[in-house]
Design a protein around this ligand. Structure first.
Ligand SMILES: [Zn+2]
Length: 112
């Protein structure tokens, strides 16, 4: 039976298929998946809340990963993004309404 062996493209040393970096020369063998660590998740959620439309881009990176945990993290980040967008639009609507009311009051004062 043939064993599938991956080799580092740089120094041609045999590496494990699960490795992201060559242990011999440090060459990057394949893209490192986005982190699902607590810090990785927190960073993603904060980004989602603070910069809503762009949070989606990071969330999609997580959704593309082939494991359930990353996908869940991606979905949660998208939910955070949507909540943040909804809150922003409500705040903006209130702000515009207040502005309208104030302008109308001012106009009334001047007898318009
Ligand atoms: Zn190498």
């Amino acid at each position: 039976m043939e064993v599938i062996e991956e080799k580092c493209l740089k120094c041609h040393v045999a590496v494990r298929p699960t490795d992201y970096f060559c242990y011999n020369c440090g060459n990057n063998l394949k893209p490192v998946p986005p982190s699902v660590s607590l810090i990785g998740q927190t960073t993603l959620y904060i980004r989602s809340v603070l910069i809503p439309p762009f949070g989606i881009l990071w969330a999609i990176k997580y959704l593309k990963q082939n494991n359930a945990k990353s996908k869940i993290v991606g979905i949660v980040a998208i939910i955070f993004t949507l909540i943040s967008l909804i809150i922003c639009s409500i705040l903006f609507k209130n702000f515009v309404n207040n502005l309208n009311n104030q302008v109308n009051e001012q106009l009334n004062l001047f007898g318009y």
